[in-house]
Design a protein around this ligand. Structure first.
Ligand code: NAD
Length: 279
């Protein structure tokens, strides 16, 4: 079965539009600020899509564009202002930032209670210790996609390939919270294929086109493909060889149309959660 991320995202957004109406009736309009520094074309598209998604569900969205040569201290000053702005429940700074700006410093300046991207060390620490905080959007979306299959995650062997702070590590912790037995693989893992073959749930967040072929996959596994890779011919593919792996997996996400649509949806969900906390 193919897990349709687009359809799930649509359903979740319709539910959220309803919640926004309820919040508005109570006098609260959820608000999100997205800060873009520079003119990176991919970042421009991401920011535009986030703005559009907010408008769709009725969230107030403020996009702030700053020039490429913005000084770190000026960006930090802006974050301080946004932290104090009561119309905003969430603040997101689009990454990557130009090289004169230390992204860690910027992320740490955002109030953890407005860090809807879940990148602040306080929120990362809350995930690690099982406390309630903001979890980053792609991992949250991945968990929703797995849950949408109806499988019981508890006790399953889960293998996550990739250990980045924004995908691999948080996904592994979310699966651990759901009582899966979790293994994290990375570029130095020696027997990747053998480890993957154990997985009832396999999450590939590598960034290597179609690295995971059918011989890595246990029959009946749930396969979540996070990778977004552009081939020389312009085609977009994931980290999983979809056509052959789909014959072996019980459930699989396509690229595009799997994890991608859920990422922005979870950003909206986090913004709503923050607005509810305000109420
Ligand atoms: P990253 O480069 O920070 O991390 C990649 C990870 O893969 C690293 O931990 C590395 O150790 C591991 N790795 C690299 N080569 C490997 C190999 N041969 N064998 C095993 N492990 C290997 O990337 P990231 O930010 O975690 O993103 C991963 C992929 O997911 C990228 O393609 C990215 O574009 C995509 N992504 C998609 C979304 C989405 O919304 N769909 C969001 C974030 C990232």
């Amino acid at each position: 079965m193919i897990i349709d991320g687009k359809a799930l995202a649509k359903q979740k957004r319709a539910e959220m539009a309803q919640i926004v109406q309820e919040l508005k009736a109570m006098g609260v309009t959820p608000g999100l600020a997205v800060v873009l520094v520079g003119e990176d074309p991919a970042s421009e598209i991401y920011v535009r899509n986030k703005h559009k998604a907010c408008e769709e569900v009725g969230i107030y969205s403020r996009v702030i564009k700053l020039p490429e040569d913005t000084k770190e201290e000026d960006l930090l000053k802006l974050i301080d202002e946004l932290n104090q702005d009561s119309a905003l429940d969430g603040i997101l700074v689009q990454l990557p930032l130009p090289k004169q700006i230390d992204s860690d410093k910027v992320i740490e300046r955002i109030l953890p209670s407005k860090d809807v991207d879940g990148f602040h060390p306080v929120n990362a620490g809350k995930l690690l210790t099982g406390q309630t905080g903001f979890v980053s959007c792609t991992p949250l979306g991945i968990l929703e996609l797995i849950k949408s299959t109806g499988i019981d995650i508890s006790g399953k062997e889960a293998v996550v390939i990739g250990r980045s702070n924004i995908v691999g590590k948080p996904v592994a912790h979310l699966l651990l919270q759901e009582n899966a037995t979790v293994t994290i693989c990375h570029s130095k893992t020696k027997n990747l294929k053998e480890v993957c073959q154990r997985a009832d749930i396999l999450v590939a967040a590598i960034g290597k086109p179609q690295l995971i072929t059918a011989d890595y996959v246990k029959g009946g596994a749930v396969v979540i493909d996070v990778g977004i890779n552009r081939l020389p011919d312009g085609k977009l593919v994931g980290d999983v060889a979809f056509e052959t792996v789909k014959e072996k997996a019980s459930y699989i996400t396509p690229v595009p149309g799997g994890v991608g649509p859920m990422t922005i949806t979870m950003l909206l969900a986090n913004t709503l959660l923050s607005a509810k906390n305000r109420v």
